[in-house]
Design a protein around this ligand. Sequence first.
Ligand code: XMP
Length: 325
Amino acid sequence: DWNMPDYIAEAVAKIKAQVGSEEVILGLSGGVDSSVAAALIHRAIGDQLTCVFVDNGLLRLNEGAQVMETFAKNLHMKVIHVDASSEFMKHLAGVSDPEQKRKIIGREFVEVFQRESAKLKQAKWLAQGTIYPDVIESASAKTKKAHTIKSHHNVGGLPESMHLKLLEPLRELFKDEVRELGVALGLPADMVYRHPFPGPGLGVRILGEVKREYAELLRRADAIFIEELRNTRDADGKSWYDKTSQAFTVFLPVKSVGVMGDGRTYEWVVSLRAVQTQDFMTAHWAHLPYELLGKVSNRIINEVRGINRVVYDISGKPPATIEWE
Ligand code: XMP
């Protein structure tokens, strides 16, 4: 058990002592860890911190606006919002292999981030939201040469190549502690208790080649699914969003036939995916109520022109993985 005000005071003092009057940059992803790291460091050193938020065109609906609202508007932090979506799309054109896509997205991120941070000439520190499980994982990966099914090194090589000192104030914390800290620092609870979102974002939820048009359809369909999960409660009063560990929509680049009025449609298919898991190593598909699934399907097909079929993924992990790529 820990005393939150004492913990924050100590962590703030430690960051101040480390950084002194130097400048810090941090890549804000909208995820829990980088968000909490940013809020904590800002509490310690205020405007000596500059955050860089890279929009890669593969984020969820309104995510960029939400990040700016939370950090720039409400918490008064310096945030540089970079719209790099065209650059990402250009490099992803014609690429359909999942690992290749991950590599390109990771590499592009490093490039954009470095370019933006080079403009902040005084920066001496790179802050990262590394948490204790990441420290363990990378240590064991080094010794065991872990068998990797999917490469998760989203920002690999960033600190080394930038010649900056590393600031990692969350290195000793577990995920639930990071969340508690985030709430105590004034971050919105629904941001801090969000499902995990992979670094490559919608890039691995659009099967095969990524196109802006697909990303736009997927964003709208997924927002409907998430909204209904948040708004539908089970008998125990918990929302289905909180009852699932991860839920999202996958864009399938196949067309199927449908009817609308007197006409025939020939449009895209999406799959809903919702899982329950403790550790994300194994997972069960969530037994969502039929009424909920039916409502989501109706809404997507009625509201998102271009999608005329919705399916539900009932595969467990293993043998399937949580993401489709
Ligand atoms: P899988 O699909 O391997 O996913 O069952 C397990 C967990 O890892 C997440 N995931 C990723 N996270 N970069 C990430 O940061 C990635 O490339 C990546 N691939 C999968 C996935 O969302 C799930 O939580």
